[in-house]
Design a protein around this ligand. Sequence first.
Ligand code: HEC
Ligand code: HEC
Ligand code: HEC
Ligand code: HEC
Ligand code: HEC
Ligand code: HEC
Ligand code: HEC
Length: 406
Amino acid sequence: MSAGRFFNGIVLLALLLGFGAPRVGPQDSPKRENYVGDAACRACHDDIDRTYLHTGHHLTSQTPGSSSILGKFSAPSNTLATADPTLRFVMSARGGGFFQSAVFGRAPDELTHTEQIDIVVGSGERGQSYLYWKGDRLFQLPVSYWTPLGEWVNSPGYLDGTAEFTRPIDPRCLECHAGYFASIASAPPANRYRKTGFDLGITCERCHGPGREHIGLEQARARQAANSTLNASPDKTNGADSGIVNPGSLSRERQVDVCAECHGGLGEERGAAFSFVPGRVLADYLTLVVPGPDAKLDVHGNQVALLERSRCYRSSPQMSCITCHDVHAPERAAAEYSDRCLGCHKVESCGLFPKLGGEIEKNCVDCHMQVQESDVIVSAVGGKQVKMRIRNHWIKVYPAAVSMRD
Ligand code: HEC
Ligand code: HEC
Ligand code: HEC
Ligand code: HEC
Ligand code: HEC
Ligand code: HEC
Ligand code: HEC
């Protein structure tokens, strides 16, 4: 072997081992001014933007308003009784503001504690929770809204019969439910944020990375095309670097990382919240719990680990979240997902086909990705526990479905 080839071999080995390309981490995150916000994308991607506005992602945090808050503010539906007969919550709307009051005691000797709803969290597909500012600190309010019941409920995890206004909102909550919040990290507590310049709703750039360079490139290309006599119609990017991340072009690992930032469980931040950039290795930013094969997994918020348990996922290297989901458009009805299953399976491969025939095609999902109750997101109301119901992403044969065979 020549010295040159030997040397090349070393370089190749070094690259393979990762010496040549130092991993980037939270410390190398792009500057904030390179993020431009959704309105800037609208100018050229109006078609995507128009459907995106109706998604759970976009609506997952909003400013309070009579259409964004799903709970009712008129009597008697504006009251939540609690397990303590001398404590009730009353929701009221006045002067353009929306409020939650804890009312202690009985008339005429009542004491109230009132806070204003400042931020709405949750599209309301399943439910909503509400936050309020106290100075530059954000807290969760004691009353949430549960869509399946159509009622106000005690916020998940709050003890029925107590009025707690002191639960801090940590950065991780906002990282999953908002576009951006700037922490005032210099001094604890962790729930201090800048009250201006935050972005509600999950923004395009959370999945695509900062857009400034891309917009500059595309504007220059459009100008060039307009000036060119040879090339009258604006050319598409033609495979040139677009200056923005398209998750569809990433490896499966990096693609799933984009979703796992918020659908891989709580985890533990390794750097500041909101510093992860799509295309990079999520593990450098966030340490997610890797569950053992027999660990019980809650259905809430961990579609990644559940899907990874599925034989579908393990046996097909190309499967990822976007095999089934188009995140630019609202969620489809569960039954409509059969077409995705049939992209890889034949109806005849289902053990129930001999008995039920083509009927099963109408809804693969209800038998193989069952809706189950979360043991983590639980609210107390009227002496009962209500649990959030979520679709289990572990695609498999569930015992309940097997009984239908016989
Ligand atoms: C000046 C017009 C313009 C603006 C503004 C713009 N884009 Fe684009 N974008 C384009 C064009 C043209 C293409 C290439 C053709 C296509 O895919 O539509 C493109 C392609 C893309 C792609 C695919 C890139 C690839 O390499 O496959 C993504 C992702 C994207 N844009 C996201 C965004 C986001 C997010 C924003 C806002 C931050 C944005 N764009 C703003 C014009 C624009
Ligand atoms: C690790 C990411 C993550 C964190 C942290 C997180 N959530 Fe969520 N949340 C989700 C996901 C994902 C869903 C959708 C349901 C599911 O998959 O379990 C959701 C659902 C919800 C919903 C129901 C929304 C709807 O209508 O579908 C509410 C309300 C909510 N979260 C509030 C909060 C609040 C308040 C916090 C912080 C105190 C919080 N969440 C922390 C990821 C997160
Ligand atoms: C939750 C993550 C997420 C958000 C938020 C998001 N996208 Fe995407 N986007 C994707 C993924 C994933 C793909 C790749 C889709 C594929 O290849 O099937 C993609 C692809 C694209 C493309 C390439 C062309 C295409 O249609 O596939 C454009 C352009 C784009 N997104 C623009 C936007 C704009 C504009 C917004 C905000 C209005 C936005 N995206 C919000 C995840 C996201
Ligand atoms: C920044 C955090 C974040 C990222 C990144 C993210 N999601 Fe989500 N996603 C959420 C939250 C929070 C919800 C619950 C929204 C709600 O209903 O309030 C959600 C809801 C959803 C839903 C249910 C939508 C509905 O309308 O009920 C799907 C499907 C989904 N996400 C898929 C994906 C996929 C696929 C990716 C990666 C391409 C992704 N998400 C990336 C936070 C995120
Ligand atoms: C990207 C391709 C792909 C998609 C999409 C897909 N599967 Fe699969 N699935 C597979 C492969 C590959 C296997 C493993 C087959 C084997 O090992 O013999 C599998 C296995 C299964 C199994 C057996 C699971 C077990 O634990 O034994 C079931 C049930 C199943 N799939 C149902 C579904 C349903 C329902 C859908 C739609 C929600 C779906 N699959 C979507 C590729 C896919
Ligand atoms: C009514 C419930 C039900 C519906 C609907 C249903 N399945 Fe099944 N499926 C089952 C049961 C139960 C089994 C196990 C049968 C057995 O053990 O003999 C099974 C087995 C399978 C298997 C084989 C798993 C293995 O062991 O290799 C696949 C693949 C599968 N189903 C795919 C699908 C697809 C794709 C659809 C939609 C076209 C579908 N199923 C619809 C209940 C259902
Ligand atoms: C094989 C198809 C398939 C794959 C792959 C898939 N999903 Fe889903 N997902 C579904 C179906 C079906 C639903 C239920 C839709 C409904 O009920 O309207 C769903 C619902 C969801 C929801 C809403 C939760 C709920 O209870 O309604 C979230 C969040 C979500 N998916 C995230 C993801 C993420 C993140 C990934 C990748 C790790 C992923 N999905 C991969 C089929 C899939």
